[in-house]
Design a protein around this ligand. Structure first.
Ligand SMILES: CCCCCCCCCCCCC/C=C/[C@@H](O)[C@H](COP(=O)(O)O)NC(=O)CCCCCCCCCCCCCCC
Ligand SMILES: Nc1ncnc2c1ncn2[C@@H]1O[C@H](COP(=O)(O)OP(=O)(O)O)[C@@H](O)[C@H]1O
Ligand SMILES: [Ca+2]
Length: 507
């Protein structure tokens, strides 16, 4: 076998699972190639090229190729035929609907897709219908009209907000086609089985990073091409009996909500807007009073303080899902919602964060909750109580190093399957106390960020979009959508071999 790839590997065989083959093509041999090495004495040689996924460090994937030569044309064609049939049998996508957000992140969505992703899709003979969005919610509305059954998957090129839009379009379409009213918090929602692919071109891209292990357009394109499938929990958010939003990454009140609200006005800054608003919000140091009630997730077998986190083929996700469907079979939704007790916590918080996944991203490689699971039917509810700026800074910095960010007296974390929140202000309003003074006082505080008193209320940051109300009811739906991903792979052996052989190369 004549290896055309990186010389440092030709001392050992490279093993490629057929599920990671991208394409097989007959190789047109030009005159020059024919006269290489020991082949020139042969009659007209025949060759075929296999394009496959090469795994580099930090979960980065690249497309590599290897050419096989043989003298017997029939044998050559048999190999090509056999490999093509093998590829046909796998769940690789053939037809994709692609939405590009030219506006998100550094506004590079279109060029990222055309330069890095489209060539790989055509190599894998995937046909695509590409829509470049012209306004917000263009993709979401479009998904209610397209003939969705014609596609093997939907790809969004953008950040978490763009994924959220496509997800809302697909889930909304599924419920509409099944006659389910999303406004009923207890409605038995219909699962969405068409896979969604994310090409990262946004500002935070934490969904892509947390489900693939890296924010890299080529890596994500290859996960789509090989036809990976990763189920993902989705939280539904309601306000009384009105549907607000779905969330898969972060539902944040207080710190992350204020950052988002402040940064929305500064989209022209691109991803930097979060650092600028982050600093401003950190200095204003506002806390919020409210009441949280939640149902612990009894069905899960993991805990937020676990040392090992969610990895490809995660046992905790599988076991938790089994126990949840077991519970469901035995006593149905009715029992589960009413019987289990609700824990109630009142207090003053700097941040209330509910995450369905680790929320790992380039800013925080281990994420807001490192041991959160992608598909265990639970969310991690992190409560950061009022504390000093110094302590809050120590807490934030631990998101960027290996120290345990939950090991503070003012931080509590619970694994929940549903929770509700009401801010003290709305509770007071309900008790119709004349809050003229409060509103004016609140306004006074908003204009003078120096003070850190309790102002009116914050906004909820739902996957990077603000919610209209602060009083919400949240429920986690287990493995509700599917991504073209496989979770974060363990540091595989050939990665170690890669580092080993490259060290040899240096010596
Ligand atoms: C001093 C170092 C502090 C480092 C703190 C790192 C915490 C980073 C946690 C990241 C949470 C990610 C949750 C992701 C949510 C996304 O869905 C969502 C939308 O994403 P999209 O823009 O791609 O559509 N992104 C966001 O809402 C942005 C979250 C905010 C990002 C982190 C803000 C940086 C905080 C800077 C604090 C500065 C304090 C320094 C004081 C001296
Ligand atoms: N063509 C467009 N013009 C304006 N806004 C858009 C467009 N396409 C998508 N959006 C909106 O932009 C928001 C942010 O998109 P996203 O890709 O998450 O960028 P970022 O990561 O910078 O937030 C989403 O809420 C989406 O609805
Ligand atoms: Ca989860």
């Amino acid at each position: 076998m004549r290896m055309r790839q990186n010389p440092q590997f030709d001392r050992k065989n490279c093993f490629v699972p057929t599920s990671e083959i991208i394409a097989v093509e007959e190789t047109e041999l030009n005159k020059k190639q024919r006269n290489i090495g020991k082949w020139q004495k042969m009659a007209k040689p025949h060759a075929f090229t296999v394009y496959y996924v090469k795994k580099a460090r930090n979960h980065r994937w690249r497309c590599s190729d290897v050419t096989f030569w043989c003298v017997d044309e029939h044998l050559c064609n048999q190999w090509i035929q056999a490999l093509k049939e093998l590829l046909e049998m796998q769940s690789k996508p053939k037809q994709l609907l692609v939405y590009i957000n030219p506006y998100g992140g550094k506004r590079q969505g279109k060029s990222i897709y055309e330069q890095k992703v489209a060539p790989l899709f055509s190599l894998a003979s995937i046909s695509t219908d590409v829509v470049i969005t012209e306004h917000a919610n263009h993709a979401k509305d479009n998904l209610f009209e397209v003939n969705i059954n014609k596609y093997d998957g939907v790809v969004c090129v953008g950040g978490d907000g763009m994924f959220s839009e496509v997800m809302h379009g697909l889930i909304g379409r599924m419920q509409k086609d099944s006659g389910i009213d999303q406004n009923n918090p207890k409605a038995p929602l219909v699962q969405c089985n068409i896979r969604i692919g994310i090409i990262p071109a946004g500002s935070t891209d934490c969904i892509c990073y947390s489900t693939v292990g890296i924010s890299d357009p080529v890596t994500s394109a290859l996960h789509i091409i090989v036809g990976d499938c990763q189920p993902l929990d989705v939280s539904s958010v309601h306000h009384n009996n009105t549907f607000l939003k779905y969330s898969v990454s972060l539902l944040g009140y207080g710190f992350y909500g204020d950052i988002l609200k402040d940064s929305e006005k500064k989209r022209w800054m691109g991803p930097m807007r979060y650092d600028y608003s982050g600093l401003k919000t950190f200095l204003s140091h506002h806390y919020y009073e409210g009441t949280i009630s939640f149902q612990p997730a009894k069905h899960t077998v993991g805990s937020p303080q676990d040392k090992d986190s969610c990895r490809t083929g995660c046992y905790i996700c599988k076991k938790s899902e089994q126990q949840l469907s077991q519970q469901y079979k035995e006593c149905g939704l009715k029992h589960e919602e009413d019987e289990e007790e609700w824990k109630v916590i009142k207090g003053k918080f700097l941040a209330i964060n509910a995450v369905n996944m680790s929320c790992a991203c380039p800013r925080s490689p281990k994420g807001l909750s490192p041991a959160a699971h992608l598909a265990d039917g639970s969310a991690d509810l992190i409560l950061v109580r009022k504390c000093s700026r110094f302590d809050f800074l120590r807490y934030l910095v631990r998101h960027t190093n290996q120290d345990d960010q939950f090991d503070f007296s003012f931080v509590d974390v619970y694994r929940v399957k549903s929770f509700q929140f009401t801010s003290k202000l709305s509770e007071d309003n309900e008790s119709n106390v004349t809050d003229i003074g409060k509103k004016r006082f609140g306004q006074f505080c908003r204009d003078h960020p120096a003070c850190c008193c309790n102002i009116a209320s914050s906004t909820w940051n739902c996957d990077g979009e603000t919610l209209d109300s602060s009083a919400i009811q949240v429920r986690v739906h287990c493995q509700f959508v599917k991504l073209f991903a496989r979770g974060i792979e363990e540091n595989s052996k050939d990665e170690a071999a890669y580092s080993q052989s490259s060290i040899e190369q240096l010596l």
